[in-house]
Unconditional design. Structure first.
Length: 220
C-alpha cells in the first residue's frame, strides 16, 4: 500500500555560534542563532548592533519553518545583493531553517569590490555555521484513541513497533490514549491501528471505513 509522502522535518542549529572572515584589512564577524520568530530576530539584531556601535553594516538573513517558507535578507546599506543574499544563499545551500545569521563588517581601508564582498559575506556566514551542531527537527501530530480495554495489548505493541510516543493514557470513563507520531506516518499509523484491532489487512481499510470498535481523532 502506498502513502502520500509528507515532508515533516528540517535541519537547524542547536546553539549560538560565531565566525570570522578577513580580507585586505576588513573584518566580517558572523553570528548564527537558532531563531523561530520575527520578534526574536528583532531582539537579536538589536543586541548585535549594541555590541558593535562603530560598525556601519549589520547584514543578515533568516529562514523560518518547514521548507524555510518565511525568509528575509537585508544588505543594511551595502549595495543591493552584495551581503544579505549571499548569507541567505549559504543557508539555502546547507538547507537550514529556524535560523538567523548576521554579519558585521568593519572596513579595513581597501575596497573589495562587489565580487569580493559577496565572497566575504558568504564565507563569514559559512564559518559561523561550522562552529555549531546541526540537528533535525520533526513535525509531529497527536491522535486521540478510544478503544476497548481488551485491545490494550495490541495498541501498546503498535506504539512500540513504530516508535510512537504515548502522551497520555487513562481508563475512565472509557479507555483512552493520546499518541504522538511524525506527520509522515499519521495515515499509516491510523490504518495500522484500525486494521490490527479488527483483524484486517491494511488493504482492507479504506478511507471510508467506519470502525465500531475504536474511535480515532486527530487533535493537532
Amino acid at each position: 500500500m502506498r502513502y502520500m509522502e509528507i515532508l515533516d522535518h528540517y535541519d537547524t542549529i542547536n546553539s549560538n555560534s560565531e565566525g570570522l572572515y578577513k580580507e585586505k584589512g576588513s573584518k566580517f564577524i558572523a553570528y548564527a542563532f537558532p531563531c523561530k520568530t520575527t520578534e526574536n530576530f528583532v531582539k537579536l539584531i538589536e543586541q548585535i548592533k549594541e555590541k558593535h556601535p562603530k560598525s556601519k553594516h549589520v547584514c543578515y538573513a533568516y529562514r523560518f519553518g518547514l521548507n524555510g517558507t518565511q525568509f528575509r535578507y537585508n544588505d543594511d546599506g551595502e549595495p543591493s545583493g552584495i551581503a544579505g543574499k549571499p548569507i541567505y544563499n549559504e543557508l539555502l545551500s546547507q538547507n537550514l531553517s529556524d535560523i538567523l545569521v548576521a554579519v558585521v563588517r568593519y572596513f579595513g581601508g581597501t575596497k573589495l569590490g562587489a565580487t569580493g564582498l559577496i565572497r566575504a559575506y558568504r564565507a563569514a556566514a559559512r564559518d559561523s555555521l561550522i562552529n555549531t551542531e546541526k540537528i533535525t527537527q520533526y513535525i509531529n501530530s497527536r491522535m486521540s484513541i478510544i478503544y476497548p480495554i481488551e485491545l490494550i495489548g495490541q495498541l501498546y505493541q503498535i506504539t512500540k513497533k513504530y516508535d510512537i510516543s504515548i502522551v497520555e493514557s487513562h481508563y475512565e470513563p472509557k479507555p483512552k490514549m493520546i499518541i504522538e507520531c511524525r506527520n509522515s506516518i499519521v495515515e499509516f499509523v491510523t490504518k495500522t491501528i484500525i486494521a490490527n484491532m479488527h483483524g484486517y489487512s491494511l488493504d482492507e481499510v479504506d478511507e471510508g471505513f467506519e470502525s465500531q470498535l475504536i474511535k480515532i481523532e486527530h487533535i493537532e
